[in-house]
Design a protein around this ligand. Structure first.
Ligand SMILES: Cc1cc2nc3c(=O)[nH]c(=O)nc-3n(C[C@H](O)[C@H](O)[C@H](O)COP(=O)(O)OP(=O)(O)OC[C@H]3O[C@@H](n4cnc5c(N)ncnc54)[C@H](O)[C@@H]3O)c2cc1C
Ligand code: SF4
Length: 429
């Protein structure tokens, strides 16, 4: 649930408007945080939204799912009461939207076209900045709809698809063309797309492939990767899955092993499918890599968090399906002045689970390695780019987003797309 008017006013008035605001340093997009909060306390939501959108084209997304690295930077963080910047951003996005003035003047046409491969948040952000500056932009997307992992990974209850639809419509209104069901390097060679009259190309193909694991028992029936589980539940079969859970062959008890928003989203979706859910993480709870509010919501909904508890392996049932997860409890111990996690004596436990969901991270799709073998990669599989120019090793071809940084938060993907758009403009001018 987002803030109402009273919560917005109370929270924005709590902001001390520091003379040297440290929260600014926490936001990868460089949003003027005290500035938009000041406008919110004056109840001018449209002006607050306009202020945010100078730096972030998609505040309704970040206002819901950003891990909010700005909040730990707030001076009240140490007291456990940081200003709820993410909630305030969401409030401005949701309530300022209808009041925003439409841009009156279309930008002067620069007469140059840019092709963007991959319509996730990074590609969409780059498209927004390029179109606003007068470049002709086409987004090429392998899936049937734009949005990237936000469309087919993040569940509806955290990010309504309607928000992605609205930002897509806005891009189209700005003249951005969107070609879906085009797999660059598959349905059409990458360089052929560039040859369709584009002066530059940006690769924002993401890091959407789950990190496969040789965790003991990973190949038993009833074991899924979080991205697979979420994608299937978000697909056309969603209604059926929600109604019956049958497509996913779920048992009554689900264990989610891992960390990050994918793990938490899978756990919360499993609860909505009627499962009893245990989330098992081998580190301290604070290192789960999720926003504290999201973790609180998950626990309130019924997700039972076990941390620090190290999963050791999935035990089969008599039919060769998952039956239980063997785990060991850990505790923080000080040794030679250093804190480390150590096994608890007699801490072996067995958590029953007929469905096990693994969430150990994501990596870039290696597909372009075949479609464009000349591209240079880093050792970890991410695309290599020149830090100064944003160019890959190929002429006129840039890259940004999770494809370059590896799996990371949406705010970094948007910031990457925005920075790449700037570099492309410098290159083309
Ligand atoms: C379940 C889940 C939950 C998440 N929750 C959060 C969260 O709460 N907070 C947060 O900050 N982040 C979250 N994330 C991460 C967030 O989704 C990513 O940071 C973000 O989507 C990355 O954006 P991107 O544009 O770089 O890549 P992507 O979103 O992966 O988009 C890349 C796009 O490129 C397309 N593509 C790939 N190859 C080709 C090709 N050859 N031709 C054409 N198109 C191609 C793909 O289909 C995709 O649409 C979550 C991720 C998942 C999976
Ligand atoms: S985009 Fe994220 S980091 Fe930036 S102000 Fe919003 S919540 Fe904070």
């Amino acid at each position: 649930m987002g803030f109402g008017k009273k919560e917005n006013l109370d929270e924005s008035r709590r902001c001390p408007q520091c003379a040297q605001p440290v929260c600014l340093k926490g936001c990868p997009l460089g949003i003027d945080i005290p500035g938009f909060i000041r406008l919110l306390r004056e109840d001018d939501t449209a002006a607050a939204l306009e202020r945010i959108r100078r730096e972030n084209p998609f505040p309704a997304i970040c206002g819901r799912i950003c891990p909010a690295p700005c909040e730990p930077a707030c001076i009240f963080y140490e007291d456990g009461t940081p200003i709820a910047i993410r909630d305030l951003e969401r409030y401005a996005a949701d309530f300022g939207r209808g009041k925003l003035q439409k841009e009156k003047n279309a930008p002067a046409d620069k007469g140059k076209k840019v092709a963007i491969i991959g319509a996730g948040p990074s590609g969409m952000a780059a498209a927004w900045y390029l179109a606003r500056a007068g470049y002709g932009v086409t987004l090429f997307e392998a899936m049937h709809e734009p949005g990237g992992l936000l469309r087919y990974g993040v569940p509806e209850f955290r990010l309504p698809q309607k928000i992605l639809d609205e930002y897509t419509m806005e891009l189209k209104g700005m003249g951005v063309r969107i070609e879906t069901n085009i797999l660059a390097g598959g349905t059409e060679p990458v360089l052929d797309i560039l040859g369709r009259g584009y002066a530059a190309m940006l690769l924002t193909v993401g890091a959407g492939v789950p990190d496969l694991t040789d965790f003991p028992g990973h190949n038993l029936g009833g074991v899924y990767y979080a991205e697979e589980f979420l994608m299937r539940a978000q697909s056309g079969a969603k209604a059926k899955v929600l109604e019956t859970g049958r497509d996913l062959m779920l048992g009554a008890q689900t264990a989610v092993l891992g960390f990050g928003p994918s793990a938490l989203d899978a756990a919360r979706l499993a609860v909505r499918l009627g499962q009893q859910v245990d989330l098992i993480f081998g580190g301290p709870e604070e290192e789960l890599g999720v926003h504290a509010d999201d973790l609180k919501a998950a626990v309130e909904e019924g997700v039972k968090v076990h941390a620090p508890v190290k999963p050791l392996g999935i035990e089969p049932d008599a039919r060769g399906f998952a039956g239980a997860v063997a785990c060991r409890r850990l505790e923080m111990v000080e040794q030679d002045g250093k804190l480390s996690l150590q096994p608890v004596a007699d801490g072996e436990i067995l958590i029953e689970a007929q469905t096990v969901i693994l969430s150990h991270g994501r990596r870039p799709n290696p597909f372009l390695r075949r479609g464009l073998p000349q591209l240079q990669y880093n050792d970890n599989g991410t695309l290599w780019v020149d830090a100064q120019t944003g160019l890959t090793n190929l002429e006129n071809i840039f890259a940004a987003g999770n494809a370059v940084t590896g799996a990371g938060p949406v705010v970094d993907a948007i910031a990457g797309g925005k920075a790449a758009a700037k570099k492309i403009m410098e290159f083309l001018s």
